[in-house]
Each structure stands twice: as C-alpha cells, then as structure tokens.
Design a protein around this ligand. Structure first.
Ligand SMILES: [Zn+2]
Length: 260
C-alpha cells in the first residue's frame, strides 16, 4: 500500500474532513468553522444560490401580493393614496419570512406614519421605526461600533457553560479562581502547548479531565484547559486512555501499515 503524499504533514492528515458538497477531503483550514460540513468554496456557492432563491421568492411575492393603493379624495379635495391595513395585517402575521415582513412594513411606510402602522398591525413601534430611513441610519452606526472584547466576561461565560454541564453539582468558583487555577502561563493540559487566553479565544476548550460520563464533576480541579483540536481528538477518553491510543497510533504511523 502506498502512502498518499500531500502538501501537508501528518498532523494535517488527522485534521482532514470530507466536504458534504464536493465530497473532497480537505484540511480543516479550508472550512469556515469547526462545525462546518462544507468547505469554504462550497459554502460561498451555496450562499449565493440561497440568496438568489430568496431574492426571486421575494420578487414573486411582491408581484403577487403587492396591492395597488387606492386613490381617494382628501378633505381638501386632494388626492390621497391608501392601502387596506386590515389586509396588510393579515398578510404580515401569516408570513414567516423575516425579510418579507420587513418588505411589508417598508411598503406601508410610504403611505402611513410609523405609529399608525404599528397600531394597526399590532406590532411594537420599534419594529416599524427601525425600518424608517432614520432607523436604518442609526442601525448602521451601531453595526459600525467596534465592541471591545472583554476577556473576563468571555471566561465567565465559558465557566458558566462548563458548570452547567454537570447536572448533579453546583459550584461557585469565579473567574479569578479560574485564572489562579491555570496560572500565569496557561498551557494545554493535553499537549502542553501554551495558550493565550485572549489571542486564542475560540480555539481552546474547558474540558472535564475525568469525563462526566466516567464520574467526573465540574469542580475546578477537574477543569482542563486545552486546545480544541486536541480535545476533539481525546473525545470521551480519559487522559490515560488517550495516551494509550496515541502510542498505538504513533506506532501505526511509524510502521505505515494502515496509513493510506
Ligand atoms: Zn466542497
């Protein structure tokens, strides 16, 4: 049996995954995220297709349900365009697609004031105001604001999730306790590689050193800081079991019996 030589090394080999769309084995780097089942190229293609479908759907819906406003005479004999708000209310509430709901509101804004639309449709005013020109402008500003990453609240969040996974116990250790637990120079407890809690956010896990399924708890002593990819490799094994598996695999790789 011949070993396939690629541009990547052996550790990269372990990190390959089959794309659900093009069925190619590709390194994890070429995926948008850990959980992604399609490679980046396919993901972009799929998104474009979805966007086109959505646009087409909205176009069709607009065509079908766009109601020509009636022109009536106002009190001073001026012409006024009106739309039947009862019909619009029904249309709005029977529609599940958020974009189409927005379309309905924006269409109404050409004829009515936001307060009237909100009252007639029975929806919060803020939902209507956010679709006005002013609302759109202020939303752009908010989106532009750079939210500063807060390490403490990030860690707190992760700790809460770690604690919650243990259904049998409650723990009250804090972020400070955690920081003391991992020390000044945190390292991955599986690989020994250094971890920068701020720079590597999203790339490390809080792992139960003794798995919950094997009697471990969410006590701080059982919290192992680890690089996500090593944690995924370790899976539900104990550290001991994992070490044995690694030895076994290392031997297999060295002897090249099964590596193909
Ligand atoms: Zn693909």
């Amino acid at each position: 049996m011949e070993i396939k030589h690629t541009d990547s090394n052996e550790s990269d080999f372990l990190e390959r995954r089959k794309c659900r769309e093009c069925a190619e084995q590709k390194p994890l780097k070429q995926y948008a995220g850990k959980e992604s089942v399609t490679c980046k190229i396919c993901a972009i293609k799929l998104k474009q297709e979805r966007d086109l479908e959505r646009e087409e759907r909205i176009r069709q819906i607009k065509e079908v349900i766009y109601i020509e406003p009636k022109v009536i005479k106002g009190p001073k004999n001026e012409e006024r365009k009106v739309i039947d708000l009862r019909v619009e209310k029904e249309r709005y509430h029977s529609e599940k697609d958020r974009t189409i709901k927005i379309e309905i509101i924006e269409n109404l804004l050409e004829f009515y004031k936001p307060t009237k639309i909100a009252a007639e449709l029975g929806i919060p005013r803020s939902r209507v105001y956010s679709r006005t020109a002013k609302g759109k402008e202020s939303r752009k500003k908010v989106n532009k604001k750079q939210y500063k990453f807060n390490l403490r609240s990030y860690l707190n969040n992760r700790l809460q999730r770690f604690k919650k996974r243990d259904k049998n116990n409650e723990f009250d250790y804090t972020v400070d306790d955690f920081l003391e637990h991992v020390g000044d120079k945190p390292v991955c407890y599986i690989s020994g590689k250094p971890i920068n809690l701020e720079l590597h956010k999203g790339e490390y896990d809080f792992d139960h050193i003794i798995p919950l399924a094997k009697g471990g708890t969410s006590a701080l002593e059982n919290l192992g800081l680890t690089i996500s990819k090593y944690n995924r490799m370790k899976w539900t094994m104990t550290t001991e079991e994992f070490r044995e598996e690694c030895k076994f695999l290392a031997h297999t790789f060295e002897t090249n019996i099964y590596l193909c």
